[in-house]
Design a protein around this ligand. Structure first.
Ligand SMILES: Cc1ncc(C[n+]2csc(CCOP(=O)(O)OP(=O)(O)O)c2C)c(N)n1
Ligand SMILES: [Mg+2]
Length: 394
């Protein structure tokens, strides 16, 4: 038996232009944008406000890591358009399945800074109420959250309710088997799920062309049998138009969609990474000129939808949030090491209970030793010499 290598599938198509509605210079795009149209000015102003606030939060949290007040933070600076458009496309009853990168999406959905940062401070696995916000824990194992999103969406379909799941993934995560399984079964089961892939062009230091040989990630959707869109991920208008149409389609029973947002990670992967080792300052500058907030600002001013006064008001709001974020980080971390064993299994397991008892005994021993050491370190009490009437010491 030999492999048939005579008729390979060959595509001569070059990389397409990403779909956009507002270009890098802040002008409305006049070409055909695949039938998508600009959201109304009120919606765009709302998205602008959320992006400005999200960026201020992101910059503040990065500063906290530099001051040593926070262990780690994966910044989403430059990716605000993808993050905010994804959240804005959802109804309050829908579910979001985010990654470690997507803290600003949580913020935009109403999670308090101290609850977002609890896990980055090492305080708790996920410091927010997932059911209240309808946001799954921020996933660190790549692409696992995509499977969870498909699971929830499939349950929603079986229950005939109208809940949609939206998951955020990185470009690197699409190289994982979990992403393939999620895309495939979402399509097979026609689950109401939207995959928003933030192609920020790197998986830590690995550029996308070292991970895949096809034109775009969106093209892969064809192979799974679902629609795929290649979108300018720094154009919030386009990201919102495409993603909200995908959410509406999913809710109406039309199945899953893959939306690829072409963007750029302006900061390091996390504060423990040095990006100067794998990308040039010139590349970063190119993307700085494609800033998602700047271009929307220019567009909104040009249509008379953003005044200096409104911009100043939004910046004040962002500044207040940054102050509140700094203040919440001055509160001491309260960690009980025994919590490590909680919520691992629904019912206690013998081996885990034994380990818990072992740790509890060790902690008690350390506490006793620490107390003893503290007592020993105290200066010895001065015993007053008591004189007897006879003058002899007692
Ligand atoms: C299953 C798994 N393998 C490896 C890692 C280590 N890791 C953490 S982040 C990362 C890069 C992910 O890149 P991408 O999906 O593009 O997301 P980005 O960080 O760019 O948002 C890797 C390989 C991991 N977290 N999970
Ligand atoms: Mg990436």
């Amino acid at each position: 038996m030999s492999l048939n290598v005579e008729s390979p599938v060959v595509s001569t198509a070059s990389a397409p232009q990403p779909l956009r509605l507002i270009d890098d210079t802040g002008h409305a795009v006049t070409d055909d944008a695949g039938g998508f149209t600009l959201p109304d000015p009120g919606t765009l102003l709302g998205l602008y406000r959320q992006m400005v606030i999200a960026r201020r939060f992101d910059v503040q949290v990065t500063a906290l890591t530099r001051q040593g007040r926070l262990a780690t933070y994966p910044s989403a600076l430059g990716q605000e358009a993808c993050e905010i458009a994804a959240v804005a496309s959802l109804d309050p009853g829908d579910w979001l399945f985010p990654t470690y990168r997507d803290s600003i999406a949580l913020l935009t959905r109403g999670v308090k800074p101290e609850h977002i940062l609890a896990s980055f401070r090492g305080e708790w696995h996920s410091g927010y109420d997932q059911y209240e916000h309808r946001i799954a824990p921020q996933a660190t194992p790549l692409a696992t959250q995509a499977l969870h999103a498909v699971g929830l969406a499939t349950a929603s379909k079986l229950k005939r309710d109208s809940t949609v799941a939206l998951t955020l993934l990185g470009d690197g995560a699409t190289s994982e088997g979990d992403a393939h399984e999620a895309f495939n079964f979402a399509a097979v089961w026609q689950a109401p799920v939207v995959f928003v892939v933030q192609n920020n062009q790197f998986a830590i230091s690995v550029p996308l062309d070292k991970q895949m040989h096809c034109r775009t990630i969106a093209d892969k959707a064809i192979g799974y049998g679902m629609p795929g869109y290649y979108v300018d991920g720094n154009d919030v208008a386009a990201m919102y138009a495409v993603t909200s149409a995908a959410v509406d389609r999913a809710r109406a029973g039309g199945g899953p969609t893959l939306v690829e947002g072409l963007t750029y990670r302006m900061e390091a992967h996390t504060n423990s990474d040095d990006p100067s080792r794998y990308r040039s300052a010139d590349d970063v500058d190119v993307w700085r000129r494609r800033d998602p907030i700047e271009r929307l600002d220019i567009y909104l001013v040009s249509i008379g939808a953003l005044s200096d006064q409104e911009r100043a008001g939004i910046r004040d709001e962002a500044e207040d949030l940054a102050t509140a974020t700094r203040e919440c980080m001055t509160l001491p971390v309260q960690v009980d090491p025994l919590e490590l064993f909680d919520h691992v299994y629904a019912a206690p397991r013998t081996a885990l209970s034994e380990q818990r008892a072992f740790l509890a005994a060790e902690l008690a021993e350390h506490a006793a030793l620490a107390e003893h050491a503290a007592l020993a370190a105290q200066p010895a009490p001065i015993t007053p010499s008591v004189s007897t009437p006879s003058g002899a010491h007692a």
